[in-house]
Design a protein around this ligand. Structure first.
Ligand code: HEC
Ligand code: HEC
Ligand code: HEC
Ligand code: HEC
Ligand code: HEC
Ligand code: HEC
Ligand code: HEC
Ligand code: HEC
Ligand code: HEC
Ligand code: HEC
Ligand code: HEC
Ligand code: HEC
Length: 303
């Protein structure tokens, strides 16, 4: 009795295994073979040869691939390939439906809306995407020219607008798009407008070590600036200092006129208490009364 019970159980187990194997095998045949997707063209059988007769209508039909769309829409395909940027998505990722437009029907109801994927990246002030991104397939390369954006620069770049307004200079009167012309994002060279630069620095990086583009009168300079840069405009002072025998002559201009152009230190910044009150009071603490000017010091009692 025990023996037959085991046999039945064994048969049941084998039956179960066969059923499971069958399911797996069926699923495998349903799944497309690797590479088949690329090869298959709508209407063609998996093997590549078109069946005949009623067999034509027994084929499995797959959705069109991007390559297949491109066979008819080559211009769109090459546009995306060459200039699409991050819009190099498959056609049907955007065109979930297509070929449904008829005269009388709204175009906007058959083409994808930017908002399905993007919402409002520049805020509610800019709802009409295609006004600026004129080519949906190449949204950055197809941007309108900078001049067409001129009225809107400051709505997206408030920081630069603030900087120009806070630090009044001749650049405050120049339109954004006069410097940033043609292509949005273009950065001009200083020497497009300023030939004969007054220093040995000839590129933007050089000019901007002293003049920030949007606050050119806020002149700062690095501690490595050599005296001959200053001498270009302050020849007389540079000359005096170069011919002085006193210790100030061992220091570069920017050691005393540190960081910001026009900064003038007081003597006591470095010489806190050189003499007694009694000595200085009659001269109203005016160091220059005895020492002359800092670029050509006098040391009373010395040659
Ligand atoms: C990022 C989304 C996106 C992708 C990817 C995309 N499209 Fe479009 N496409 C659009 C939008 C949006 C419009 C509607 C533009 C308009 O309203 O003028 C459009 C319009 C079209 C048009 C009609 C206008 C025209 O330019 O001829 C065709 C045809 C078209 N797409 C085909 C394609 C094909 C083919 C692909 C793939 C090679 C593709 N699209 C990929 C978003 C996309
Ligand atoms: C056999 C050729 C062919 C194929 C393949 C094809 N199209 Fe078209 N498509 C056309 C024609 C023809 C038009 C209408 C004429 C025109 O403006 O280009 C059109 C129009 C469109 C339009 C604009 C009108 C509408 O109804 O949406 C879009 C978008 C579009 N196709 C997308 C696609 C996409 C996406 C694919 C691939 C998934 C694709 N097409 C595959 C031929 C084709
Ligand atoms: C199906 C979704 C989808 C639709 C519809 C869509 N986009 Fe995009 N878009 C994307 C994706 C995905 C990216 C890449 C984002 C990333 O990498 O962060 C992108 C990127 C962009 C970029 C930056 C491109 C770059 O190269 O840096 C712009 C601009 C843009 N989209 C504008 C638009 C506009 C305008 C429309 C409507 C005409 C639109 N998108 C419709 C999915 C979409
Ligand atoms: C007034 C013109 C204008 C309008 C309208 C506009 N954009 Fe833009 N968009 C721009 C400019 C300019 C850039 C910067 C491009 C660059 O990086 O050079 C940009 C960049 C983007 C980017 C790239 C994201 C980033 O921050 O770098 C996306 C995505 C985008 N736009 C989507 C949209 C969508 C979606 C709409 C409609 C809801 C839209 N834009 C409307 C001008 C516009
Ligand atoms: C709709 C919003 C929008 C408008 C309008 C717009 N920009 Fe932009 N701009 C952007 C975005 C987004 C970027 C890329 C992201 C970033 O660097 O801030 C950008 C980048 C730039 C850059 C390059 C920044 C860098 O660091 O490389 C410059 C320069 C610039 N814009 C100038 C302008 C000028 C000038 C105008 C007007 C003629 C303008 N933009 C109009 C959104 C806008
Ligand atoms: C006199 C010319 C000039 C004017 C006017 C001007 N810019 Fe610029 N801008 C520049 C230069 C030069 C750079 C820096 C280029 C570099 O880094 O080499 C720059 C850089 C930028 C950048 C990149 C980020 C940064 O701050 O460095 C943005 C964004 C920008 N400008 C926007 C604007 C906007 C918006 C306006 C108007 C409100 C404006 N600019 C006016 C010359 C100008
Ligand atoms: C599109 C033309 C243009 C570009 C590019 C430009 N500037 Fe100017 N800049 C002007 C004009 C116009 C003035 C006023 C007349 C003059 O001094 O030539 C000016 C004035 C100045 C002044 C004197 C400011 C004042 O208020 O006295 C400085 C400093 C200056 N620019 C530096 C620069 C630097 C540095 C760059 C590059 C980062 C630059 N400029 C790029 C047009 C430009
Ligand atoms: C070492 C710092 C420094 C560098 C680098 C520098 N400048 Fe200047 N720039 C100055 C100083 C200081 C002034 C005088 C400011 C004043 O008049 O108050 C000045 C004045 C100017 C002026 C006003 C007109 C004039 O000549 O007096 C312009 C324009 C100018 N610079 C453009 C440039 C350009 C373009 C470059 C790059 C080729 C550049 N600067 C590099 C420090 C510098
Ligand atoms: C492009 C010419 C130019 C260059 C280069 C230049 N300066 Fe000047 N500097 C001037 C002019 C013009 C003034 C007077 C107008 C003013 O106060 O802005 C001045 C004024 C000064 C003042 C006096 C400010 C006051 O309140 O009396 C100091 C200090 C000064 N510069 C130091 C320097 C130093 C240090 C350098 C080199 C790092 C330098 N300058 C480079 C043109 C220049
Ligand atoms: C050891 C410090 C020191 C050095 C180095 C120095 N200066 Fe001065 N400079 C001063 C002091 C302090 C004053 C203020 C004098 C006063 O109170 O009248 C001054 C004033 C100035 C002034 C404005 C007043 C005037 O005399 O026209 C200019 C311009 C100037 N220095 C430029 C330069 C230049 C250019 C160099 C380099 C060639 C230089 N300085 C080197 C300390 C120095
Ligand atoms: C930024 C700092 C600084 C400023 C500001 C400064 N000095 Fe000096 N001074 C020095 C240094 C450094 C020495 C040299 C000290 C040494 O080597 O012992 C010096 C030396 C001197 C000496 C001795 C000169 C010698 O050859 O023995 C006198 C006098 C003097 N300073 C006066 C002044 C007067 C007056 C002023 C204001 C008009 C002034 N200093 C402003 C840094 C400064
Ligand atoms: C009444 C004239 C007089 C006045 C005012 C004066 N000094 Fe002097 N200073 C002298 C004499 C004299 C010496 C000594 C020269 C020597 O060592 O023989 C001297 C020396 C110095 C020295 C060099 C000290 C050393 O040990 O090498 C410094 C630095 C100095 N003075 C700074 C100043 C400063 C800063 C002021 C203004 C706060 C000032 N002096 C005001 C007359 C004066």
């Amino acid at each position: 009795m025990k023996g037959t019970g085991n046999k039945w159980r064994m048969l049941l187990a084998i039956g179960f295994l066969i059923i499971i194997y069958g399911c797996v095998a069926a699923q495998e045949t349903r799944q497309p073979q690797p590479g088949a997707d690329k090869k298959a063209i709508a209407g063609e059988s998996e093997s590549g040869t078109e069946p005949t007769g009623a067999g034509i209508y027994q084929q499995k039909i797959k959705p069109l691939t991007t390559r297949q769309c491109a066979q008819c829409h080559y211009a769109v395909f090459s546009d995306i390939r060459d200039r699409g940027g991050r819009h190099q998505l498959s056609c049907t990722e955007c065109h979930e439906t297509f070929h449904t437009w008829k005269p009388g029907r709204e175009w906007s109801s058959v083409v994808p809306r930017c908002a399905t994927c993007h919402e409002l990246p520049h805020g509610p002030a800019f709802p009409e995407c295609l006004k600026c991104h004129t080519d949906p397939h190449a949204p950055i390369a197809g941007l309108v020219k900078a001049e067409a954006l001129a009225d809107d620069c400051i709505r997206c770049h408030a920081a630069q607008e603030n900087e120009l307004r806070r630090h009044k200079s001749a650049h405050t009167e120049v339109a954004c798009s006069e410097c940033h012309h043609d292509r949005h994002g273009y950065k001009p060279k200083c020497n497009e407008c300023h030939d004969e630069p007054h220093t040995p620095y000839t590129d933007n990086a050089g000019c901007q070590t002293c003049h920030p583009a949007h606050a050119p009168r806020n002149i700062t300079y690095p501690a490595t600036t050599p005296n001959q840069v200053c001498a270009g405009c302050h020849e007389e002072i540079a000359d005096k200092l170069a011919h002085s025998h006193r210790k100030h002559a061992t220091k570069p201009c920017v050691f005393c006129h540190v960081d910001r152009h026009g900064y003038v230190p007081h003597c006591t910044k470095c010489h806190s208490e050189p003499h007694s009150k009694k000595m200085l009071e009659p001269f109203k603490y005016n160091c220059k009364a005895c020492h002359g000017e800092p670029h050509n010091l006098i040391l009373p009692g010395h040659e």
